[in-house]
Design a protein around this ligand. Structure first.
Ligand code: NI
Length: 410
């Protein structure tokens, strides 16, 4: 017995007004990273009302829940982020943010509502499910710290695969962007402190000017990508802050540079700190100064697992959604942390907006809620079948093979 894609889509359509209602509710009360108390409560209430079990989660915010199938099997995870941004909403919508200076300008209210929809659909069909679908409503994606906190709290325990999404304003409703391999860049930060010797502006020969040395380092860092990274790999090194000095006529002791490195290639990411350190200290030495690099490891790149991506593709095809090759984004997503541990795939969901993420007039077309809920419910069902079959093969149950291979004494 299986669930037909068509029936699932019809059921999702029937719950459209409910999904719109919860989305607008979340949209009106946006909360920043690690402050999502009301959002957490609303999501818990919504799930509890549907009879979906809430799992313990030792975090101040965020929700962990599970739809439990009638038959045993693997655990599959669906993840939505739930936080908002410090932006003043200018959409003029009737359900616009009522909290001054806060806005769901990245559509995480949409993600949460779509996964709530998927949860409702799955809960209707527990009799046919073989395994469990774990639901992760993750706080603090914008800070990049929510996913690792969820993992530390045990959210991925026993999970075989994970699926997530981001709305995409430039894709029309009913379109899904999928791509195996790197989709979003890794995001790391660095600080370079250049130490020289302060002195009088009129006597530079008695000083070691860290401003001149740091300026040369800014220029030198531009060659890190062009001369030291393969032209077939992509990376961005940007210096975004340059601080030095306290007066117009004093050469300061130190100058600091802050910046970020983005890349889609783990091997590039690995070698970048050493590369930047070498360039900075070499140039500083040429000026008689010293440069020290501090590296702030952030988020790895979102790297979609081929098998998990195939599951999403099969579900999207069955639902007759329009599938396009997802265009990568140099933005970061802490969904990447989950993918370090289990196979995962992250999809673009077309929401046909006029503005990009983080814009005060950012909107999503709510018609995208229905296909998204159906897509993630069906992907979870397919994933349970796929990873369930693998499990059976592993323990020698498939095809009546009898004794598990590891017990045959070979
Ligand atoms: Ni976002």
């Amino acid at each position: 017995m299986t669930i037909s894609a068509k029936a699932l889509l019809r059921e999702a359509e029937e719950m459209q007004s409910k999904l719109v209602e919860i989305r607008r509710e979340l949209h009106s009360y946006p909360e920043l990273s690690w402050e999502e108390h009301r959002t957490t409560r609303k999501i818990r209430d919504f799930l509890a009302e549907a009879g979906i079990g809430i799992l313990p989660l030792e975090l101040p915010v965020g929700v962990l829940a599970e739809v439990v199938g009638a038959e045993p099997g693997p655990a599959i995870a669906l993840r939505a982020d739930i936080d908002a941004l410090p932006i003043r909403e200018e959409t003029g919508l009737s359900y616009a943010s009522v909290i001054e200076g806060r806005m769901h300008a990245c559509g995480h209210d949409f993600h949460a509502s779509a996964i709530l929809g998927a949860a409702l659909l799955l809960q209707k069909h527990t009799a046919l499910l073989r395994g469990r679908v774990r639901l992760l409503f993750q706080p603090a994606e914008e800070k990049g710290t929510g996913a690792s906190a969820m993992m530390k709290a045990g959210a991925l325990k026993d999970v075989k695969a994970i699926f997530g999404m981001h709305n995409k304003p430039d894709l029309p409703v009913g379109t899904v962007g999928l791509k195996a391999g790197p989709l979003m860049a890794s995001v790391d930060g660095f600080k370079i402190t250049v130490s020289g010797k302060g002195g009088h502006a009129a006597v530079p020969d008695a000083a070691i000017d860290p401003i001149v040395a740091a300026s040369a380092i800014v220029g030198g860092l531009q060659t890190a990508v062009s001369r030291s990274i393969s032209p077939f790999d992509s990376a961005v090194v940007s210096v975004c802050q340059f601080h030095a000095g306290t007066s117009w006529n004093v050469i300061p002791d130190t100058a600091t540079l802050d910046g970020t490195v983005r890349t889609f290639h783990p091997q590039v990411r690995k070698k970048t700190p050493e590369l930047l350190e070498r360039i900075a200290s070499g140039i500083a030495a040429g000026h008689g100064a010293l440069a020290k690099l501090e590296w702030f490891a952030g988020i790895p790149c979102v790297d979609n697992h081929p098998a998990a991506t195939e599951v999403l593709r099969n579900a999207a095809e069955a639902l007759q959604l329009s599938i396009v090759e997802a265009k990568p984004s140099a933005g970061g997503e802490d969904f990447a942390h989950y993918q370090q541990v289990v196979p995962g795939s992250f999809a673009w969901i077309g929401t046909g907006g006029t503005e990009e993420w983080h814009h005060p007039k950012f909107t999503v077309d709510e018609d995208a809620l229905v296909p998204s809920a159906a897509l993630f419910a069906l992907a979870a069902i397919y994933a349970l079948e796929k990873w369930g079959a693998e499990r059976e093969q592993e323990i020698g149950l498939a095809g009546g093979k009898g004794i598990p291979p590891h017990l045959t004494g070979v």
